[in-house]
Write a protein that binds this ligand. Structure first.
Ligand code: SF4
Length: 214
Protein backbone atom coordinates (compact mmCIF):
# COMPACT_ATOMS: atom_id res chain seq x y z
CA UNK A 1 0.00 0.00 0.00
CA UNK A 2 1.03 3.63 -0.36
CA UNK A 3 1.50 5.34 2.99
CA UNK A 4 0.53 9.01 3.11
CA UNK A 5 2.52 10.81 5.78
CA UNK A 6 2.10 14.39 6.92
CA UNK A 7 5.48 14.71 8.63
CA UNK A 8 8.40 12.82 10.18
CA UNK A 9 10.75 14.46 12.64
CA UNK A 10 12.94 13.76 15.66
CA UNK A 11 11.75 15.19 18.97
CA UNK A 12 10.89 14.34 22.58
CA UNK A 13 7.65 12.53 23.36
CA UNK A 14 5.51 15.30 24.81
CA UNK A 15 2.68 13.53 26.65
CA UNK A 16 1.78 10.54 28.77
CA UNK A 17 3.87 7.87 30.47
CA UNK A 18 6.84 8.27 28.15
CA UNK A 19 7.08 12.05 28.33
CA UNK A 20 10.59 13.26 27.57
CA UNK A 21 11.68 10.17 25.65
CA UNK A 22 13.56 10.89 22.40
CA UNK A 23 11.49 9.63 19.48
CA UNK A 24 10.94 9.90 15.77
CA UNK A 25 7.41 11.18 15.35
CA UNK A 26 5.69 9.65 12.33
CA UNK A 27 2.46 11.51 11.63
CA UNK A 28 0.16 9.72 9.20
CA UNK A 29 -2.27 11.82 7.19
CA UNK A 30 -6.03 11.48 7.64
CA UNK A 31 -8.44 10.73 10.47
CA UNK A 32 -11.78 8.93 10.66
CA UNK A 33 -13.25 11.37 13.21
CA UNK A 34 -12.68 14.69 11.38
CA UNK A 35 -11.73 15.65 7.85
CA UNK A 36 -9.15 18.12 9.14
CA UNK A 37 -10.96 20.95 7.33
CA UNK A 38 -12.17 23.83 9.52
CA UNK A 39 -15.50 24.02 7.65
CA UNK A 40 -16.28 20.46 8.86
CA UNK A 41 -15.17 20.87 12.48
CA UNK A 42 -18.55 21.80 13.99
CA UNK A 43 -20.16 18.62 12.61
CA UNK A 44 -17.22 16.29 13.27
CA UNK A 45 -17.24 13.48 15.84
CA UNK A 46 -14.01 14.91 17.27
CA UNK A 47 -14.20 18.70 17.41
CA UNK A 48 -11.20 19.82 19.53
CA UNK A 49 -8.32 18.54 17.42
CA UNK A 50 -5.18 20.68 17.64
CA UNK A 51 -3.21 18.81 14.98
CA UNK A 52 -2.58 19.52 11.32
CA UNK A 53 -2.82 16.12 9.62
CA UNK A 54 -4.09 16.88 6.10
CA UNK A 55 -1.84 16.15 3.13
CA UNK A 56 1.81 15.13 2.96
CA UNK A 57 3.53 18.51 2.83
CA UNK A 58 5.08 18.69 6.30
CA UNK A 59 8.79 18.27 7.14
CA UNK A 60 9.82 14.75 6.11
CA UNK A 61 6.32 14.05 4.83
CA UNK A 62 5.38 12.43 1.54
CA UNK A 63 3.91 9.35 -0.06
CA UNK A 64 5.85 6.13 0.52
CA UNK A 65 5.14 3.31 -1.91
CA UNK A 66 6.41 0.49 0.31
CA UNK A 67 6.86 -0.32 3.98
CA UNK A 68 10.64 -0.44 3.44
CA UNK A 69 10.64 3.11 2.02
CA UNK A 70 8.62 4.29 5.00
CA UNK A 71 10.99 2.61 7.46
CA UNK A 72 14.00 4.14 5.67
CA UNK A 73 12.47 7.62 5.97
CA UNK A 74 11.91 7.09 9.70
CA UNK A 75 15.40 5.66 10.25
CA UNK A 76 16.94 8.65 8.45
CA UNK A 77 15.67 10.89 11.28
CA UNK A 78 17.30 8.91 14.09
CA UNK A 79 20.72 10.31 15.16
CA UNK A 80 23.37 8.59 13.07
CA UNK A 81 25.43 5.89 14.80
CA UNK A 82 23.82 6.37 18.20
CA UNK A 83 23.30 2.88 19.61
CA UNK A 84 23.12 3.98 23.26
CA UNK A 85 19.34 3.64 23.26
CA UNK A 86 16.86 1.53 21.34
CA UNK A 87 15.42 3.44 18.41
CA UNK A 88 11.90 4.63 19.14
CA UNK A 89 9.16 5.75 16.77
CA UNK A 90 5.77 7.20 17.75
CA UNK A 91 3.14 6.60 15.08
CA UNK A 92 0.41 9.20 15.34
CA UNK A 93 -1.88 11.21 13.11
CA UNK A 94 -4.55 11.78 12.31
CA UNK A 95 -5.48 8.20 13.02
CA UNK A 96 -2.40 6.04 12.40
CA UNK A 97 -4.28 2.73 12.37
CA UNK A 98 -5.98 3.71 9.11
CA UNK A 99 -2.59 3.04 7.51
CA UNK A 100 -0.21 1.29 9.91
CA UNK A 101 -0.45 -2.32 8.75
CA UNK A 102 1.57 -5.47 9.43
CA UNK A 103 4.00 -4.67 6.61
CA UNK A 104 4.78 -1.25 8.09
CA UNK A 105 5.17 -2.74 11.58
CA UNK A 106 7.53 -5.40 10.24
CA UNK A 107 9.47 -2.77 8.30
CA UNK A 108 9.95 -0.56 11.35
CA UNK A 109 10.98 -3.54 13.47
CA UNK A 110 13.47 -4.57 10.78
CA UNK A 111 14.92 -1.06 11.05
CA UNK A 112 15.34 -1.78 14.78
CA UNK A 113 12.62 0.54 16.08
CA UNK A 114 10.45 0.04 19.11
CA UNK A 115 7.00 1.07 17.88
CA UNK A 116 4.58 3.23 19.84
CA UNK A 117 1.14 4.14 18.52
CA UNK A 118 -1.27 6.88 19.57
CA UNK A 119 -4.77 6.02 18.35
CA UNK A 120 -8.30 7.23 18.99
CA UNK A 121 -9.26 3.60 19.72
CA UNK A 122 -11.93 3.20 17.05
CA UNK A 123 -9.88 0.63 15.11
CA UNK A 124 -8.51 -2.57 16.64
CA UNK A 125 -4.73 -2.49 16.69
CA UNK A 126 -2.77 -5.03 14.65
CA UNK A 127 -0.32 -7.33 16.45
CA UNK A 128 3.27 -6.25 16.95
CA UNK A 129 2.87 -2.76 18.42
CA UNK A 130 5.21 -2.35 21.38
CA UNK A 131 3.51 0.56 23.17
CA UNK A 132 -0.13 1.38 22.60
CA UNK A 133 -1.79 4.60 23.75
CA UNK A 134 -5.52 5.00 23.21
CA UNK A 135 -7.15 8.42 23.41
CA UNK A 136 -10.96 8.19 23.14
CA UNK A 137 -12.70 11.12 21.47
CA UNK A 138 -16.27 12.41 21.62
CA UNK A 139 -18.90 9.68 21.34
CA UNK A 140 -16.82 7.48 19.03
CA UNK A 141 -17.06 3.83 20.13
CA UNK A 142 -13.80 2.41 21.51
CA UNK A 143 -12.97 -0.93 19.85
CA UNK A 144 -9.43 -1.24 21.19
CA UNK A 145 -10.04 -1.89 24.88
CA UNK A 146 -6.58 -2.84 26.08
CA UNK A 147 -3.11 -1.39 25.78
CA UNK A 148 -0.41 0.40 27.76
CA UNK A 149 -1.96 3.78 28.40
CA UNK A 150 -5.37 5.35 28.08
CA UNK A 151 -5.14 9.11 27.70
CA UNK A 152 -8.33 11.11 27.93
CA UNK A 153 -8.62 14.78 26.96
CA UNK A 154 -10.57 16.40 29.80
CA UNK A 155 -13.20 17.66 30.10
CA UNK A 156 -15.30 16.53 27.17
CA UNK A 157 -19.02 17.34 26.77
CA UNK A 158 -21.34 15.54 29.20
CA UNK A 159 -22.64 12.93 26.76
CA UNK A 160 -19.19 12.22 25.31
CA UNK A 161 -16.04 10.49 26.55
CA UNK A 162 -16.02 10.52 30.37
CA UNK A 163 -13.41 8.92 32.66
CA UNK A 164 -15.84 6.46 34.29
CA UNK A 165 -16.56 4.87 30.90
CA UNK A 166 -12.96 3.64 30.78
CA UNK A 167 -12.12 2.80 34.41
CA UNK A 168 -12.50 -0.94 33.85
CA UNK A 169 -10.56 -1.25 30.61
CA UNK A 170 -7.29 -3.15 30.52
CA UNK A 171 -4.57 -0.45 30.53
CA UNK A 172 -1.48 -0.01 32.68
CA UNK A 173 -1.88 3.77 32.99
CA UNK A 174 -4.85 6.12 32.93
CA UNK A 175 -4.11 9.77 32.11
CA UNK A 176 -6.26 12.88 32.08
CA UNK A 177 -4.93 15.60 29.83
CA UNK A 178 -6.42 19.09 30.13
CA UNK A 179 -8.25 20.24 27.00
CA UNK A 180 -6.15 22.95 25.36
CA UNK A 181 -8.73 25.59 24.52
CA UNK A 182 -9.47 29.11 25.78
CA UNK A 183 -10.21 27.59 29.22
CA UNK A 184 -6.93 25.67 29.56
CA UNK A 185 -6.27 26.98 33.06
CA UNK A 186 -9.70 25.97 34.34
CA UNK A 187 -9.48 22.65 32.49
CA UNK A 188 -6.11 21.97 34.15
CA UNK A 189 -7.52 22.75 37.60
CA UNK A 190 -10.48 20.44 36.92
CA UNK A 191 -8.16 17.64 35.78
CA UNK A 192 -5.96 18.05 38.89
CA UNK A 193 -9.04 17.95 41.12
CA UNK A 194 -10.37 14.85 39.35
CA UNK A 195 -7.04 12.98 39.67
CA UNK A 196 -6.79 13.82 43.37
CA UNK A 197 -10.25 12.37 43.93
CA UNK A 198 -9.74 9.37 41.62
CA UNK A 199 -6.13 8.19 42.05
CA UNK A 200 -6.43 5.64 39.26
CA UNK A 201 -6.00 8.67 37.01
CA UNK A 202 -2.79 10.66 36.57
CA UNK A 203 -2.26 14.09 35.07
CA UNK A 204 -0.67 14.36 31.63
CA UNK A 205 0.54 17.76 30.44
CA UNK A 206 1.46 18.66 26.87
CA UNK A 207 5.08 19.41 27.73
CA UNK A 208 6.07 20.11 24.12
CA UNK A 209 3.66 23.07 24.17
CA UNK A 210 4.93 24.26 27.56
CA UNK A 211 8.53 24.06 26.30
CA UNK A 212 7.73 25.46 22.86
CA UNK A 213 9.17 22.51 20.95
CA UNK A 214 7.51 20.58 18.09
S1 SF4 B 1 -9.17 11.73 16.68
FE1 SF4 B 1 -7.18 12.70 17.06
S2 SF4 B 1 -6.38 13.22 15.03
FE2 SF4 B 1 -8.56 12.71 14.76
S3 SF4 B 1 -9.59 14.68 14.83
FE3 SF4 B 1 -9.58 13.88 16.93
S4 SF4 B 1 -7.73 14.68 17.94
FE4 SF4 B 1 -7.52 14.99 15.72
Amino acid sequence: MTYTVKEIYYTLQGEGARTGKPAVLLRFAGCNLWSGREQHRADAICRFCDTEFVGSDGPGGGKFETAAELADAVAAKWPVDDRSARRYVVCTGGEPLLQLDTAAIDGLHAAEFEIAVESNGTIEAPAGIDWLCISPKGCAPVSQRCGNELKLVFPQPEREAQPDQFDDLDFDYFFLQPLDDADLEANTRAAVKFCLRHPQWQLSLQTHKILGID
